[in-house]
Design a protein around this ligand. Sequence first.
Ligand code: FAD
Length: 466
Amino acid sequence: MHDIAALKTALEGLAIEDNPQIVRQKSRDFFWYSPVLKRQLEDVTADIVVSARSEADVIRVLKACYELDIPVTTRGAGTGNYGQAMPLSGGVVLSLAEMNQVLETGRGFVRAEAGAIMYAIDEAVRPTGQELRMHPSTYRTATIGGFIAGGSGGVGSINWGGLRDFGNIISLKVVTMEAEPRVLTLSGEDMHKVSHAYGTNGIITEVTVPLTSAYDWVDVLVGFDDFAGAARYADAIANQDGILTKEIAPIAAPLPHDYFLRHRKFLRSDQSVCALMVAPFAMDAFAAFTRRQKGAEVIYRSDLASAEESKGLPPVYELTWNHTTLRGLRVDPSITYLQVLYPFPDHVQKAVKLAEMFGDEVPGHLEFVRFDGKITCFGLPVVRYTTEERLNEIIRIHEDLGCPIFNPHRYTLEEGGMKQTDAVQLAFKGEADPKGLLNPGKMIAWENPDFDFSAEQTFLFPGLAR
Ligand code: FAD
């Protein structure tokens, strides 16, 4: 049992929420995308939620929790998918949503508090003609700190790669979980210590990230008779260096028609679609290029659509990445999804082969990205879920074909990632969180150094049984 009464006394004056219903709600993220995580994590809840308004508040919370041995799980907007922001051992959920100021905009960079929403950052920097290089499809709700600690890339990754790539984060201010919390500024090589570490080894309070030129991006849907046509077109336009795009996502029939309800008026149920964001100045080139592609039919362009046609439509980026799955879940709560990497240079061939192999059990959804300088694609295919055994079989078939799965049905860093210990993150946890109180249960290497990743076993965090 955590001594919450003593903690409340120590934190007097801070914004503390202890209403069990609100605490439970703020202890959840989008873990329910996965039927496996839904079963495992349904009852997870913190004891209290504390909202920090400044770095000094964060330091105060960490110092008090360290003294009382109370776990702390950081929360941005709680849009993560794998129970990342869920407090498996209870304790405190530390919300950074109120630390949301944009602090400085310069040529090529912005500095902001970690709780700033990405859409709001772009609004703030837009007068300078700039915007963030990349954002998740949760742009309008997710925080920049949550994206860096839990996300990987998204809209814009076709040009800039992912968050893991050097240069896509400039520097981070991080608070450690010690008797006397330290405030560190990390940059360059050190960034890997905390980026995509789920807040297990430090709390990011401030970020500096690069900016690029801003455009009034044109939303486009191009229709195809089959998924293979959409995938080949996506690859071809992604490789057109002169046509500036920000998003390229082929999605197999019948998903666009069945899930994109507001766009349905433009779609046939047998039509696969490539969803794109294209720079306004490139629209003539885009149209000329697309006209040459066999079977491509431009079915929607936001720059040519009438106000009546565009009324009520969500932006194209909210049809892509994990918004495709979200829209699907609203129509059919029994589906789930996978995250796949189709390695260059056989990415299209492999993606099409797998889509054809599984047919309507695993309809294809690809996201084209630049990966180590090459154009390739990730997949977030929908899975018409039957059993956990079948889901694991589908995963195995992908991996046997050389397509790694970043398993969205696991809550640990390693199982959702490269399935190996990240020695840099582990070592930093030893320094920055010696008692292991930050987001417990998410880093297997810390909880069980002997865990055998090759044995295909699932890690079960003992603290979850609480
Ligand atoms: P949270 O969910 O609150 O936190 C994410 C993780 O980071 C948690 O482990 C949390 O403890 C930790 N954390 C949060 N803030 C901090 C901090 N300041 N310091 C240390 N640790 C912290 N992800 C992508 O990468 N690309 C996408 O395109 C994408 N699309 C999505 C679409 C949908 C519909 C959904 C539901 C999810 C999507 N995601 C995507 C996952 C998620 O939205 C992103 O990772 C998002 O950026 C998380 O931001 P957040 O503020 O909600 O973070």
